[in-house]
Structures are given as structure tokens and as C-alpha cells.
Design a protein around this ligand. Structure first.
Ligand SMILES: Nc1ncnc2c1ncn2[C@@H]1O[C@H](COP(=O)(O)OP(=O)(O)OP(=O)(O)O)[C@@H](O)[C@H]1O
Length: 325
């Protein structure tokens, strides 16, 4: 039998050496995080910069007033809340080239030090990652295992699902259990995560609403988020897309359906000027050159030519084309 006194000493000595060992390990880990040797799920590598996000959304994103307020407020309130009741789930809808990926990048860039290269930022492209409807069950299983693994590593992860219009029907419901109010699923808490879905679904309806507002003589800034929520929810649930008949829409697990409006001439002109600025040309740009670039784009509706058919996509190529000649 061990003597109680020496046992006490043994326990104390063992405990203190374990304590020093742990301190050394954690100290080393913290040092490794600080010197960027490894990415850590803490304040060294997850540094929300709301001033930066507000600046980017206000100054670099054109024609999307609703997106500005919805995204800024929802991201800020979710991250500042020490105990969010559920993961933040946003679904971005709109015409091609209207800024959905661009805004997603702004969010990532202002939250994670390593930006898109962060191992806590996960991007799926339905067209690439979930190509085959026949592998639906396999994708579902993989997605769940994978979500569990990644959120175990870092509870403040962000998941981006691009091209939702091309996702096999039924697949998105694999993430449904993680979007609700469950404090823990198999020991993992998903409530600090952010999920963003991107799609063109509802783009036509958004454009139609903007056009009707324009025809009635009102500015599109009079359109409220609440005017669009029900419409987008309905279109997402019924139209052919990854959301069709999905439980996450039915059970109201998407916090915000965010509409991206089509870009008008004044917005596209700003995109063109931004692209030209990047070229660092040593001469003034003529307004005739800007108009020439605008003419290279297609405009809809064809009779009114109000909105760019490709938004601000392909602007760099058109700038190159016109200025190189
Ligand atoms: N509203 C905007 N304000 C300023 N620049 C924009 C805007 N929308 C798009 N751009 C520019 O156009 C590029 C392409 O836009 P983006 O990839 O975000 O479009 P998208 O809406 O995601 O399109 P898609 O539906 O085809 O994926 C951006 O990288 C950005 O440079």
C-alpha cells in the first residue's frame, strides 16, 4: 500500500509537472498561432472587422442598398452575440454578376485573417462537388461527416454553397439538423457557424419587381426586404433548384433571403471606372471610351436597356478589349 503522505506528495508532484507541461504546450500553441505558424480557431486568426465590412459594402458594392443593411446587421449581431440561438443562415439570390460572390468574399475577408485561404472557410460549388443526382445519398452522408469534422475543429466556421440552382434536389436537407436551435449534435455546437447559399433562383422575379417599381416612377430604394422575403421563399421552394421542396425552407431555417438587384448603367459605369483604375494608366480616360465599354455589354429589357445582362461580370475583359485597341 502507498503511504498517504507520500501518495499525496506523488500526486502533487505529478499534478504540478503535468501543469507545467500543459502550460508549455498551450504556451507553445499560442506562440505558434501568434507567429502564424499554424491557423488557430481563436482571436489570432478570427478577427471580425465590422468597420472594414461596412466600408467595403458601402464603398465597393454598387446598387445593393438592401444587401448592405441586411448583411452588415445580421453578420454583426450574430458574431457579437456570445450565445447565438442558431447558426446564421443567409440565402443570396439574384441575377448573374450582381455581387453575390463578391459580398461573400467581403464577409470572409473581414472575419478571417487568412481570408479565403482560411481552413475555417469552406466553399462548395454544386456544379463541381455535387454533379450526380444518382449519388445523392453518398453526398448526404459525406456532407454530414464532413460538417461534423470541420465544426469539431472550429465552431466559428463558415460554409458557402455556390450554384444552389444546380444542387441535386434533396441534398440540402443533409445540413438541416445543423441550422436549427440544437445546442449540440453528437457533442458539437453549430450555432456559431455561418451558412451562405448563393443562387440565381428568383433573379427574374427580382428584376421584374425592380422594373415594375421603375415603371411606377419610384426609386428601387423604396423596395423593402419584407417585400421580397415571401416571394423569394416561394420561388426557392417551388422552382427547379437545390431548395425545391426542401425542409430548410419549409421549416424557416433560412434567416434571410437576400435579394441582389440587377445593375443599372450608373452602377456598371462605376465598375468600369474601378477596373480602369486598377490598370494604373498614365492618361485620362475619355467618357467616350467608358461609353464604348458600356456598348460592349448587353442590356435588358431589350427595348429599355435598363440593366446589364451580365451585371458587372466580364467588365475587366471588356475594358481590356476597348482600351487595347
Ligand atoms: N454590385 C456590385 N458592385 C460592384 N462590383 C460588382 C457588383 N456586382 C458584381 N461586381 C463585380 O463583378 C464581379 C463578379 O460578380 P460576382 O461574382 O459577385 O457575381 P455573382 O452575383 O456571384 O454572379 P453569378 O450568379 O454568375 O455567380 C465581382 O468580382 C465584382 O468585381
Amino acid at each position: 500500500f502507498l503511504d498517504p503522505i507520500s501518495t499525496g506528495f506523488f500526486v502533487t508532484t505529478a499534478a504540478s509537472s503535468t501543469f507545467f507541461m500543459l502550460a508549455e504546450i498551450t504556451g507553445l500553441t499560442s506562440l505558434r498561432c501568434k507567429i502564424n505558424f499554424m491557423e488557430c480557431c481563436n482571436k489570432h486568426h478570427i478577427k471580425p472587422n465590422f468597420t472594414g465590412l461596412e466600408y467595403d459594402l458601402k464603398n465597393k458594392l454598387y446598387g445593393q442598398d438592401l444587401v448592405f443593411t441586411t448583411v452588415l446587421r445580421s453578420v454583426k449581431s450574430h458574431i457579437e452575440n456570445p450565445n447565438p440561438s442558431k447558426a446564421l443562415v443567409m440565402s443570396f439570390h439574384g441575377w448573374t454578376g450582381s455581387g453575390k460572390n463578391y459580398v461573400t468574399q467581403m464577409i470572409v475577408n473581414n472575419l478571417y485573417v487568412k481570408k479565403l485561404r482560411s481552413s475555417f472557410v469552406h466553399v462548395f460549388n454544386a456544379e463541381v462537388d455535387f454533379k450526380h443526382q444518382s449519388q445523392l445519398q453518398h453526398y448526404k452522408d459525406q456532407l454530414q461527416i464532413w460538417l461534423h469534422g470541420n465544426v469539431t475543429k472550429c465552431g466559428k466556421s463558415i460554409f458557402i454553397f455556390d450554384e444552389m440552382d444546380h444542387m441535386p434536389e434533396g441534398l440540402v436537407d443533409a445540413v438541416k439538423p445543423y441550422l436549427g436551435n440544437n445546442p449540440s449534435i453528437h457533442g458539437v455546437d453549430y450555432r456559431k457557424c455561418i451558412f451562405i447559399f448563393l443562387s440565381n433562383t428568383g433573379g427574374k422575379e427580382i428584376n421584374k419587381k425592380c422594373l415594375e417599381t421603375w415603371r411606377s416612377g419610384y426609386s428601387r430604394s423604396t423596395i423593402k426586404l419584407s417585400d421580397m422575403q415571401e416571394l423569394l421563399e416561394r420561388v426557392a421552394f417551388n422552382d427547379k433548384s437545390g431548395f425545391r421542396l426542401s425542409g430548410i425552407v419549409e421549416k424557416n431555417l433560412i434567416d434571410h433571403f437576400v435579394p441582389f438587384f440587377p445593375l443599372e448603367r450608373e452602377h456598371v459605369e462605376k465598375c468600369i471606372k474601378d477596373e480602369i483604375k486598377k490598370l494604373n494608366l498614365k492618361r485620362q480616360i475619355l467618357s467616350s471610351e467608358v461609353n464604348e465599354i458600356m456598348d460592349e455589354l448587353q442590356w435588358i429589357p431589350t427595348d429599355l436597356r435598363l440593366y446589364s445582362k451580365s451585371g458587372c461580370k466580364r467588365i475587366a475583359q471588356k475594358v481590356g478589349l476597348v482600351l487595347a485597341t
